[in-house]
Design a protein around this ligand. Structure first.
Ligand code: OGA
Ligand code: MN
Length: 289
């Protein structure tokens, strides 16, 4: 069967079907999915439960998998593969973790608008998040379209931000939440990287490249740069640019980190929520700007 797409939002995001993600993807499948990702930036696959191995195999069809975040966490998890990221409130013993567990802060940091791995070079290309257990209520994930956000900027803002660069740092979101337990080796493991505030997506459109990992703007004072980043983030995350995903077990959502931001939404932390993420590296992001 061929890839079928049904739009989920006026600007971006589509439900995808017609390809079995649990089976090896053909080159034609990968080309079709890449083209759909270039257009929609978020693809939602329903009702296709995947094992960890199947998910990793599927993800590898789209590039080299990123495992830097897992190395930063430093703690063992329940997964066999170096590149499988445990997006859950479950510990290594299979039990729901205590609210005071170190992992809870990084889970909550996922509730701030971000692009995965914008704090490193190479940054992330696609993330694929698969739902294994969903809470009865809450825990949705929201996505916003940074291409539409750029297009909607007025001329004077476009002129004001043209040529500006911001710095992104992995622990900024954690520090914002008061999570400061990292030692010097962890703090230095992923040194900050800089990006232009406006990037061009390989498919051609400009992207307003903001998110919670951005700490400041080069050449501006910290308060002035941070305020501009906050204003731009507020612009980019207006409701009209946002698609909200309500998870069901067996869903896989693929998103293009070069074109979108995302954030998790609140849920009762004592309820089990288990998602499994694989992320590919963006080879084009190796060269600065
Ligand atoms: C992620 C992420 C948000 C969520 O997996 O990268 O940010 O809703 N997840 O769990
Ligand atoms: Mn994320």
């Amino acid at each position: 069967m061929a890839l079928a797409l049904t739009p989920l939002h006026p600007l971006f995001a589509a439900q995808a079907s017609g390809i079995d993600l649990s089976q090896p993807l053909s080159a034609a499948d990968v080309r079709a999915i890449d083209a759909a990702m270039d257009q929609y930036a978020v693809l939602v696959w329903r009702d296709q439960p995947l094992s960890e191995d199947q998910q990793v195999t599927m993800a590898q069809s789209f590039g080299t998998l990123d495992s830097a975040l897992k190395r930063l966490r430093g703690a063992p998890d329940r997964y066999r593969h170096e590149a499988t990221i445990d997006i859950s409130n479950v510990g290594i013993d299979g039990q729901v973790i205590d609210r005071a567990h170190a992992k809870t802060a990084s889970n909550i940091a996922n509730q701030l608008w971000h692009s995965d791995a914008s704090f490193q070079r190479p940054a992330a290309k696609y993330s694929m998040l698969h739902a294994v257990v969903c809470p009865a209520e809450g825990g949705d994930t929201e996505f916003c379209d940074l291409r539409a956000a750029y297009d909607a900027l007025d001329t004077s803002t476009r002129q004001r931000i043209a040529g500006l660069q911001s710095e992104h740092y992995v622990l900024h979101s954690r520090m914002l939440l008061g999570d400061t337990h990292y030692n010097d080796a962890q703090k230095q493991m992923l040194p900050p990287v800089t990006w232009p505030l406006v990037r061009q997506h390989p498919a051609g459109r400009n992207v307003l490249w903001v998110g919670v990992h951005a700490t400041h703007i080069l050449g501006k004072t910290i308060p002035e740069g941070r305020m501009l980043l906050l204003d731009l983030l507020e612009h980019a995350t207006q409701r009209e640019f946002v698609y909200r995903h309500r998870w069901c077990v067996g869903d896989t959502v693929m998103w293009d980190n070069r074109a979108t931001l995302h954030r998790g939404r609140h849920f009762d932390l004592s309820q089990r929520r288990e998602l499994r993420r694989t992320t590919t590296e963006d080879p084009d992001s190796v060269v600065a700007a």
